[in-house]
Design a protein around this ligand. Structure first.
Ligand SMILES: [Zn+2]
Ligand SMILES: [Zn+2]
Length: 378
């Protein structure tokens, strides 16, 4: 769908028409836009004001457009002002500000290192007009607005693109919201059993493989590569959902008096949620792993022989499925180097059973009592 320039209300100067491509670059693809107003507001061509109409008819579509606009323009919008919903002429109206104009903020917020506030004056006004007006007597009629575009393009966006900061720079993109794709991929890794930091490392490794040399630029963008604090928050949210879900299940089971519990649907739910990798690709990976071990052993038997032998011995010691699963999850995560402090271990796995004839020890030390065994039964 093309982005067109309105011929009826636009009277752009020649210079403006040349820089009009900047607006087109900002607008998301896949929508029909009509540029009705455009003017350069400062000497630099990067700052302009524009009025663009979009052929969208519902609030949901308009909000989707706003998300796509954030992606295409790399500008993160926050709500500055809202207006009463569902009036006779307007379905939805909202004013957005750039996230580099933080509100509300404390008096010391700007002094903080890493503060993103630049008092950015850029705003975006989004209005969705009614195309059919409902009269007080209940009669539905077509809008009699003098605006000739209202019927075909009821959504209007007024962009004041006058940012006082860089938009595509590491200092700006590090503040962007995390994208849904990145969030989903991290969720999948954590549901597979990865700890938050390990999931982030694994995700970063995947990004490096995907983007190669471009990774250094990609990793600066928070939308693609989130920070560790975000991953931990996501992890706690998932855990909370899991606990709440379990509590809900128990509740349902309590209500159901029937004793039979059908686990089939629950198992299906878990399988669906965890999105376990296709088994065929896993088998191929396993075969690659065995091949790699064979190659390493053939190349350097002195180094890899004893270590592989130890690996196999440890593997044979594992007797239960639970231990095996845990071993797979933690394989390669530990260095295997023990503490060399020489201090005695405080906690031991060895358990000492209670003697059948033992008596409770005295709670308070008795003055003059030297022998500990004196209070015990002979
Ligand atoms: Zn127009
Ligand atoms: Zn801004």
């Amino acid at each position: 769908m093309p982005t067109e320039i309105c011929t009826s209300c636009a009277n752009f100067s020649k210079q403006e028409t040349e820089t009009l491509s900047k607006v087109k670059d900002l607008l998301p693809e896949g929508y029909q836009h009509l540029i009705c107003k455009f003017c350069v507001t400062s000497g630099s061509n990067d700052q302009f004001e524009a009025t663009v109409r979009i052929n969208l008819f519902s609030k949901e579509d308009v909000l989707k457009w706003k998300n796509s606009f954030q992606e295409s323009s790399k500008v993160t919008l926050r709500i500055k002002r809202t207006y009463p919903a569902q009036s006779t002429k307007v379905i939805y109206k909202v004013m957005y500000r750039c996230q580099h104009s933080t509100q509300p903020r404390s008096s010391t917020a700007d002094a903080r290192e890493g503060s993103k506030n630049t008092d950015c004056p850029a705003t975006t006004f989004l209005t969705l007009y009614q195309t059919n007006i409902c009269d007080p007597d209940g009669y539905k009629r077509k809008s009699r607005s003098s605006d000739g575009h209202r019927a075909d393009y009821p959504a209007v966006v007024q962009i004041k693109h006058c940012h006082n900061h860089d938009i595509i720079a590491a200092s700006a993109v590090k503040h962007r919201d995390v994208s849904e794709t990145a969030k989903l991929r991290l969720e999948q890794l954590m549901l597979q059993g990865y700890a938050p930091s390990a999931a982030l490392e694994m995700y970063k490794n995947d990004l490096q493989l995907e983007h190669g040399d471009d990774y250094v630029y990609i990793c600066a963008d928070r939308a693609v590569c989130p920070d560790q604090a975000y991953v931990y928050r996501l992890y706690y949210k998932l855990e909370k959902e899991k606990v709440d879900g379990d509590a809900e299940d128990e509740c349902i089971l309590d209500k159901e008096e029937a004793a039979d519990i059908d686990n089939t649907s629950h198992d299906e739910y878990i399988t669906d949620k965890k999105q376990i990798n296709d088994s065929s690709s896993l088998l191929a990976d396993l075969q690659d792993f065995v091949k790699l071990c064979e190659q390493k052993l053939a190349a350097d038997p002195a180094a890899f022989g004893p270590s592989l032998k130890a690996f196999m011995q440890n593997f044979r010691k594992i007797k239960t499925d639970t231990h095996l699963i845990r071993a797979f999850h933690t394989f390669g995560k530990y260095t295997g180097v023990g503490l060399t402090t020489g201090k005695r271990k405080i906690i031991s796995n060895k358990r000492i059973g209670i003697q059948p004839t033992s008596l409770q020890r005295r709670q308070r030390a008795v003055p003059g009592l030297k022998r500990q065994g004196a209070c015990r039964q002979k």
